[in-house]
Design a protein around this ligand. Structure first.
Ligand SMILES: Nc1ncnc2c1ncn2[C@@H]1O[C@H](COP(=O)(O)OP(=O)(O)OP(=O)(O)O)[C@@H](O)[C@H]1O
Length: 338
């Protein structure tokens, strides 16, 4: 698989009320053509800020990219002007947000909203764009698209609205689709339908997907690779199997323990005790150390380097140092366990 996007040492900071919030602190990952990479982690870990940076959507002020590169098809996007971003956004890289109602313009017919990108990026005539909008609505499973293209967002149900948002995002056949909690606002049956739809579309178009979520069930259904974020850093990354069946970072263990299991006799979830770090004053050591049951003195003092566990898996944890005591992962982790 060829590399499509490379994010190198990305650092994003927000300056608010005299504080410097270091939301993303040196994130590095790559995205290959046609794959789905999930970025998981608790609220505030930096997932959304990372994905917004890839779309040139960090509000400035108060935000700025302090360092790093976002290399898309060989070109670094960090120095892009707003004009450069406008050429790219919605065409090469598209985004689906959590709440379809805020992503759509309530005063504009959905057909027109789909047509905008086609006219701007693909220089279609109005009637060509309208035909394509109808095709797209059909493609995302909206019945009677010839009629619905003339309707406004409030005339659609929540699930149908999210389908419209997906149609807009896919209109120009983007190479990268960023889906930020795309199903969180929807009920469970609709969630499954939308995820199926995204998978089908990916099969047809070969679009690479970055899926941002805190729901590991969604990850298991969708992703081939996973990056686990905590405190503005990627603490572990690997293939889906590596992260689910051979995780090495205690934070990943915590996330897996807090995931509902399919055949569980009890539905009690083990939330990770404690709170995430204050990113306006980030710790010098491992950000998870204050909540980690296995933390040693060195964890508080010094950020661990990545240990490469396989060609595809790495974790930033002092437990992987050869001098560290051997620790077994808790029995509560794993999909479909007791
Ligand atoms: N516009 C902004 N101004 C100031 N701080 C911000 C802004 N956007 C994000 N942050 C801060 O950046 C940090 C990371 O936030 P981010 O939204 O990326 O987390 P997340 O992992 O996506 O969480 P969630 O799942 O809740 O969306 C947080 O501390 C947040 O308060």
């Amino acid at each position: 698989m060829g590399k499509l996007l490379e994010v190198k040492n990305l650092q994003v900071q927000f300056d608010i009320f005299g504080a410097h919030v270091q939301a993303v602190r040196g994130v590095t990952f790559e995205l290959n053509k046609g794959e789905t990479l999930a970025i998981v982690g608790e609220s505030g870990s930096g997932k959304s800020v990372t994905s917004k940076a890839l779309m040139g959507l960090i509000p400035n002020p108060p935000g700025k990219i302090k360092e790093g590169q976002i290399v898309f098809e060989g070109k670094d996007l960090v120095a892009n002007t707003e004009k450069d971003w406008m050429k790219l956004r919605g065409k090469d890289i598209s985004m689906i947000f959590q709440d379809p109602m805020t992503a759509l313009n309530p005063t504009m017919k959905v057909g027109k909203q789909i047509m905008e990108g086609l006219i701007l990026h693909q220089h279609m005539s109005k009637s060509q764009a309208r035909e394509r909008a109808i095709d797209l609505l059909r493609r995302v499973g909206i019945p009677n698209p010839e009629k619905r293209v003339e309707e406004y967002p409030h005339q659609f149900s929540g699930g149908m609205r999210q389908r419209v948002v997906i149609a807009i995002a896919l209109a120009c056949n983007p190479k990268v689709l960023i889906a930020d909690e795309p199903t969180t606002a929807l009920d469970v049956t609709i969630q499954a339908q939308i995820l199926d739809l995204m998978r089908d579309i990916q099969k047809d178009t070969g679009t690479a997907i970055i899926l941002i979520t805190h729901d590991l069930g969604v990850v298991a259904n969708m992703a081939q690779r996973v990056a686990v974020m905590y405190g503005g850093k990627i603490v572990e990354t690997g293939t889906l199997d590596e992260i689910f069946y051979n995780p090495k970072h205690p934070y990943t263990w915590g996330l897996l323990s807090s995931m509902p299991k399919l055949h569980a006799k009890t539905d009690k979830l083990q939330a990770i005790p404690g709170t995430p770090p204050d990113l306006s004053n980030p710790p010098k050591g491992c950000p998870f150390a204050p909540r980690c049951p296995y933390a040693m003195k060195v964890c508080v003092d010094q950020m661990p380097a990545y240990t490469h566990l396989s060609e595809t898996q790495k974790a930033a944890c002092w437990l992987q140092d050869e001098r560290a005591p051997k620790v077994e992962p808790p029995k509560t982790i794993g999909v479909g366990g007791e």
